[in-house]
Every structure is written in C-alpha cells, then in structure tokens.
Design a protein around this ligand. Structure first.
Ligand code: RTP
Length: 148
C-alpha cells in the first residue's frame, strides 16, 4: 500500500495544530504508520530540501524548519501521496481552497504549516531519510470498511 511523508512544520506545532492535522488524515481513512516529534539540524533540513537549494528562499526555508520542533509522520493508504497533497492545499496558502489545511490555517507561503511528499518516489526517499529505523507494521481492523 502507498505511503507518504507528512511533516507538521514548526509553526504548526507552535500554533497547536498537531491534533487537528492528525485528525484530518485519520478521519479520511488513512493509517498512521510513523510518528515522532523532533528538532532537526541545519544539515538535515538542507538534505530534506536539497532539490530547492538553488532557490532564493532556500536559506529562509531551512532557518524556518530548524526554528522549533516538527512532527514527522508516515501515512498509508490508496493514493495517499496525491490525496495528502489535496488535503494540505496549494503551496501558497493564498491560493489554497478553504477546507484544506493551508486554506484554513495559513496566510504566508513561508509559514504554511505542513509539508507533504509530492510524488511516490520522493515519499520513498523522504521516509528513508526521516525514518531510517523503519515504521510500524500494523493493519487497521477497519480495512474492509474503508476499501471495497
Ligand atoms: P512542501 O515541500 O513544504 O510540502 O511544499 P511544496 O511542495 O508545496 O512547495 P515547494 O515548492 O517544494 O517549496 C517548499 C517550501 O518552501 C517554501 N517556499 N517559499 N518564498 C517563496 O516563494 C517560497 N516558495 C516555497 C514553502 O514553505 C514551501 O512549502
């Protein structure tokens, strides 16, 4: 089954949005397979966002990610990478529809509360980076009530 990497950024943690965000993924029917609260170092944040290293906002982005604890998660389910991005909303909260996480809880692009993998390949890479110890192996007993 497909998995994605979701990170609640430092602003989301500071603003008390952790429960709300977890609740949205849970209620959708996705399965929580990994979860931890941690502070990351600059070199780790640079590795996570390596694809963006040439962007003018890279320095500010890394500074933002290391500014406080983040919540790293692995969520599993059919189409979870794409649907996860839909639940999160557009990168710029000003363009995010109401009902999405960024549409409901964010204003500025540089304080957009949450990250989600943008493709199955990047999800695999990000899960390996953030959860080198591996993730939990369990199945919900609700499986047959969520999938036909
Ligand atoms: P994320 O990786 O955090 O899920 O965001 P994303 O795919 O929607 O957007 P991406 O282009 O990968 O950008 C990563 C994060 O960098 C910040 N950003 N700032 N100032 C700017 O123009 C700008 N553009 C992007 C955002 O925090 C974005 O989520």
């Amino acid at each position: 089954m497909e998995q994605t990497f979701i990170m609640i950024k430092p602003d989301g943690v500071q603003r008390g949005l952790v429960g709300e965000i977890i609740s949205r993924f849970e209620k959708k029917g996705f399965l929580l397979k990994g979860l931890k609260l941690l502070n990351v170092e600059q070199s780790f944040a640079e590795k996570h966002y390596a694809d963006l290293s040439a962007k003018p906002f890279f320095g500010g982005l890394v500074e933002y990610i290391v500014s406080g604890p983040v919540v790293a998660m692995v969520w599993e389910g059919k189409g979870v990478v794409k649907t996860g991005r839909t639940i999160i909303g557009a990168t710029n909260p000003a363009a995010s529809a109401p009902g999405t996480i960024r549409g409901d809880f964010a204003i500025d692009i540089g304080r957009n509360v949450i990250h989600g993998s943008d493709a199955v390949e990047s999800a695999t890479k990000e899960i390996a980076l953030w959860f080198p110890e591996g993730v939990a192996n369990w199945q919900s007993s609700l499986h047959s009530w969520i999938y036909e």
